[in-house]
Design a protein around this ligand. Structure first.
Ligand SMILES: *[C@@H]1O[C@H](CO)[C@@H](O)[C@H](O)[C@H]1NC(C)=O
Ligand SMILES: *[C@@H]1O[C@H](CO)[C@@H](O)[C@H](O)[C@H]1NC(C)=O
Ligand SMILES: *[C@@H]1O[C@H](CO)[C@@H](O)[C@H](O)[C@H]1NC(C)=O
Ligand SMILES: *[C@@H]1O[C@H](CO)[C@@H](O)[C@H](O)[C@H]1NC(C)=O
Ligand SMILES: *[C@@H]1O[C@H](CO)[C@@H](O)[C@H](O)[C@H]1NC(C)=O
Ligand SMILES: *[C@@H]1O[C@H](CO)[C@@H](O)[C@H](O)[C@H]1NC(C)=O
Ligand SMILES: *[C@@H]1O[C@H](CO)[C@@H](O)[C@H](O)[C@H]1NC(C)=O
Ligand SMILES: *[C@@H]1O[C@H](CO)[C@@H](O)[C@H](O)[C@H]1NC(C)=O
Length: 538
């Protein structure tokens, strides 16, 4: 607990040092760029001194008294001028005879001001509760505390704000927290550092990842799925695991929702001060009675769904300076006839690359990963959506799900292609499922194609390659040419978009000092080329 408290102080102090902070490698000398690619595939051998499995952290009791705000978080709306603040009041209940709290019984108010300014503004939002219900004997039900979401509007760009949230009529306001708004969208304005990581869970390794991530002072955090991993528990709080979870009456798995509350408390020092965007992955599905899914995920976070015209918490978009982010749902329909696909086509069609030159997409399950776990599992999604991302010139794709690190060469339809995105798999947050260390291209590791489809991720779309070195086979017999760099370690990534053409990407391994980079590259886009390519592809 003490280590964590000091992180919290640093978060507040970081405001002052933000300007002076610069990384040791910022000279730019000798950093490779994607223009020098495609690179010969590199596999960094596993560091055998590391334990690949980590234990979960114990319960995080609430230190909120009465209906004081807890689990406070900040997330972006579609543009710099608005921000969401979310928090929870009251305690969850689990067991028999749970009685849902009345969301109307506590107000949802945020008081905020430009840092050190005297004019305080007040915004009011809405509140809700959600239940996780299992109509099975001996299986416990859950009802959440009251979840509040408030949207702050008319904000100044690139400005530090101070805020308190809660119910002023009951003197239940939080301490002050701080956030900085994104800069105005333009080719010359970018947030300094965007942290990206997936599959955090809540283990001792998660603690390292999150404290290193905080030390690298991001302005924005993107979590590519695998958040609390509450679905690795039974409803009685006993640890289970994904592959051996019991199926209740052949239909659904249990989850232990209090893990979400522990995760929210653990994450607060980061996410109450740095806007954080979440992606829904398989651990967030959490099926319950009446076929409800994603209840915790969709209720606990605020999303720019309405603002970006998607009306879904599973896919949405937002701008962070000159970057347009598109978040997709790998576990919600993505076929060309689906709402998601149609929304994506509209959203990408509306992007003005003169305003947001960079286009970055994120979803959970990777299309281009060479690890055995989840190998080619998202093939149906790739077949449906890859052309659209290619046509609109997506620059970078971030994925999680696979608990290891991998960066691709520019690739399209399994072929090296200078116009394809760079795919980065970064499910390296440290969750309890442990590191993936097995590659599908090593002898004897190629999975049986018929094991690849996943219930929730479309039907059966995998095929054996028809050209290239793996022609006629399901796997390569060496690291594929599209895989530029892979390593099994925990860590987080930092994206620093410098200008219209250059973004510095660094991956920071947990076993090193947080500033050191285990992988470093300038991702370079060639604006003229991309625009020409888009016009041609249209
Ligand atoms: C392997 O990890 C240990 C920490 O467990 C670290 O001290 C060491 O430097 C790492 N070795 C390499 C080659 O990265
Ligand atoms: C995870 O954390 C534990 C405990 O700190 C450590 O022993 C282990 O090596 C870490 N594993 C990795 C892959 O970093
Ligand atoms: C949990 O909720 C379901 C659906 O309302 C109900 O059928 C079941 O009896 C409840 N279980 C317990 C233990 O209260
Ligand atoms: C929880 O349920 C599982 C499966 O029924 C059982 O093995 C375990 O002992 C239970 N744990 C507790 C704390 O009751
Ligand atoms: C998960 O369950 C499987 C099957 O029971 C077992 O082989 C594996 O060791 C378990 N993994 C963990 C991390 O407990
Ligand atoms: C992608 O590659 C497959 C297999 O080589 C081929 O059948 C398909 O036509 C290609 N798709 C596109 C859009 O080029
Ligand atoms: C696909 O490739 C696998 C080996 O990677 C092989 O076992 C299988 O027979 C192939 N299937 C077809 C239809 O060729
Ligand atoms: C963009 O940033 C890179 C890296 O900082 C720099 O080398 C390059 O000169 C910049 N380009 C322009 C047009 O400013």
């Amino acid at each position: 607990m003490m280590g964590w408290m000091s992180s919290m102080c640093k978060t507040v102090v970081y405001v002052w040092f933000l300007v002076s902070l610069s990384f040791v490698y910022n000279g730019g000398e000798g950093i490779p760029t994607t223009l020098e690619g495609p690179f010969k595939p590199v596999t960094v051998p596993l560091n055998k001194t590391l334990s690949t499995i980590s234990a979960d952290l114990p319960d995080f009791p609430s230190n909120a008294v009465d209906f004081q705000p807890q689990q406070i978080s900040v997330s972006l709306s579609a543009n710099y001028d608005s921000i969401w603040i979310s928090w929870i009041t009251g305690e969850f209940q689990i067991g028999d005879n749970i009685r849902p709290l009345d969301p109307e019984s506590v107000q949802s108010i945020v008081q905020f001001r430009v840092f050190r300014s005297r004019s305080t503004y007040q915004a009011e939002g809405y509140s809700l509760i959600y239940n996780q219900l299992y109509p099975f004997d001996g299986i416990q039900n859950y009802t959440s505390g009251i979840i509040h979401h408030v949207c702050l509007t008319d904000l100044e760009p690139d400005t530090l704000y101070e805020y308190e949230c809660g119910d002023p009529s009951k003197s239940l306001m939080s301490k002050s927290h701080y956030f900085r708004t994104m800069p105005v969208s333009s080719p010359s304005n970018y947030p300094s550092r965007i942290a990206v990581v997936g599959d955090l869970g809540l283990t001792h390794n998660t603690t390292t990842t999150v404290s290193h991530l905080l030390s690298n002072h991001p302005d924005l955090v993107v979590l590519v799925g695998g958040l609390s991993n509450a679905d690795l528990y039974l409803t009685n709080g006993t640890v289970s695991n994904y592959s051996s979870r019991p199926l209740l009456q052949n239909t659904i798995h249990e989850t232990y929702q209090p893990r979400w509350d522990y995760w929210g408390r653990f994450m607060q020092p980061l996410v109450s001060n740095v806007p954080t965007m979440v992606v829904g992955g398989d651990h967030e599905i959490e099926q319950q009675a009446e076929d409800l899914t994603f209840a915790a995920y969709s209720s606990r976070f605020a999303f720019p769904s309405e603002e970006s015209g998607s009306m879904s918490s599973l896919y949405y978009s937002f701008n962070a300076g000159g970057i347009h982010f598109v978040v997709l749902g790998a576990y919600t329909p993505f076929e060309k006839s689906s709402e998601q696909y149609n929304w994506l086509e509209r959203d990408l069609g509306d992007v003005d690359r003169e305003v947001t030159p960079w286009l970055v997409a994120a979803w959970q399950t990777p299309w281009y990963s060479t690890y055995l776990a989840h190998y080619r599992e998202a093939e149906c999604m790739r077949v449906e959506m890859e052309d659209l991302l290619y046509k609109y010139g997506v620059d970078i794709v971030f994925n999680g799900q696979v608990n290891a690190y991998e960066r691709s060469n520019r690739v399209y339809n399994y072929s090296l292609d200078p116009y394809g995105p760079v795919y980065i798999t970064i499910g390296t947050g440290g969750n309890r499922e442990g590191l993936e260390i097995t590659h599908a291209d090593e002898p004897g590791n190629c999975p049986d194609p018929t094991t690849r489809p996943e219930n929730y991720i479309g039907g059966f779309c995998v095929f054996n390659f028809t050209s290239g070195p793996a022609s006629g086979k399901f796997c390569w017999d060496q690291q594929p040419d599209y895989s530029a760099f892979r390593e099994s370690s925990f860590g987080h990534g930092i994206l620093e978009v410098k200008n219209e053409s250059h973004a510095l990407w660094t991956w920071h391994r947990n076993q090193e000092f947080y500033e050191n980079a285990g992988d470093i590259i300038y991702i370079v886009r060639e604006p003229g080329v991309s625009v020409f390519h888009f016009t041609e592809g249209n």
